[in-house]
Write a protein that binds this ligand. Structure first.
Ligand code: GRF
Length: 201
C-alpha cells in the first residue's frame, strides 16, 4: 500500500510508552503519512488512554467487563476499525488475543512489537517482565526487540524489523526491559514508516 494517508488504530493495555513513541513521530513529521485515528484499550485504567487524550486522539476502552464474550469484543473492535477506515492496526503492549476473523479481515495490516529476539522467548506465556526474566535465566548474552506481522499464532507472524541489545553484568528484569524499550521506541515507528511507504506488505 502506498497512500497519501494511512489511518492507524493503536491497541494498548498498559503504560503506552510505545504508543507515545508513535505519537511523537507523527507530531514531529517523521511519520508524515500516518494519522492515528484512535486508541483502543483492553484496560480502562491504562495510562495509554491518558496519553491519547493529551495528544487529542480519541481513546476508547473495549474490555471484558463491558463485552464478556470474545466474539462481542471482536465485533466491537471491528466496528471501530471500519468506522475509522483503519488501514493499519498496531499492537503496542496489547495484552489480549485477536480473533481469527479480525486477523483475516486485516491480514498483512496488523503489526506487533515484542520485547525479545523472536523466535526466542516468544509465544504463549512470554509477555511483560516474564520475557526479560526468562532471557536472564537463560544465560543469554543478548536480547532485543522485534516488530512482526500478526497472524493466527502467538508471535509467529513474519518479522519486519529486529534489533539486538547486549545483556550487561548485573542486569535485572527492569534494567534489561528499559534497554530493550529504547530499541522498541525506535523500531516500531520505523516499521510503521515502512508500511506507510509501501515497502512492506
Ligand atoms: C513492550 O515491552 C512491548 O514490547 C510489549 O509490551 C510492552 C508495552 O510497553 N508487547 P508500553 O505499554 O508500550 O510502555
Amino acid at each position: 500500500m502506498s497512500k497519501d494517508r494511512v489511518n492507524i488504530t493503536i491497541l494498548v493495555s498498559g503504560g503506552g510508552t510505545n504508543l507515545q513513541s508513535v505519537i511523537d513521530q507523527v507530531e514531529n513529521g517523521y511519520l508524515d503519512k500516518a494519522k492515528i485515528v484512535q486508541i483502543i484499550s483492553s484496560n480502562p485504567n491504562a495510562y495509554a488512554l491518558e496519553r491519547a487524550a493529551k495528544a487529542g486522539i480519541p481513546g476508547i476502552c473495549i474490555d471484558k467487563a463491558r463485552y464478556p464474550k470474545d466474539t462481542e469484543r471482536n465485533a466491537a473492535i471491528l466496528k471501530k476499525l471500519k468506522e475509522t477506515e483503519t488501514d493499519l492496526i498496531v499492537l503496542a503492549g496489547y495484552m489480549s488475543i485477536l480473533q481469527p476473523s479480525l486477523i483475516e479481515a486485516y491480514r498483512g495490516r496488523i503489526i506487533n512489537i515484542h520485547p525479545a529476539l523472536i523466535p526466542k522467548y516468544c509465544g504463549k506465556g512470554f509477555y511483560g517482565k516474564r520475557v526479560h526474566r526468562a532471557v536472564l535465566e537463560g544465560g543469554e548474552h543478548e536480547s532485543g526487540a522485534t516488530v512482526h506481522f500478526v497472524d493466527e499464532g502467538v508471535d509467529t507472524g513474519r518479522i519486519i524489523l529486529q534489533e539486538k541489545v547486549p545483556i550487561e553484568p548485573g542486569d535485572t528484569e527492569e534494567s534489561l526491559a528499559a534497554r530493550v524499550l529504547t530499541v522498541e521506541h525506535r523500531i516500531l515507528p520505523e516499521a510503521i514508516k515502512m508500511f506507510c511507504d509501501g515497502k512492506i506488505r
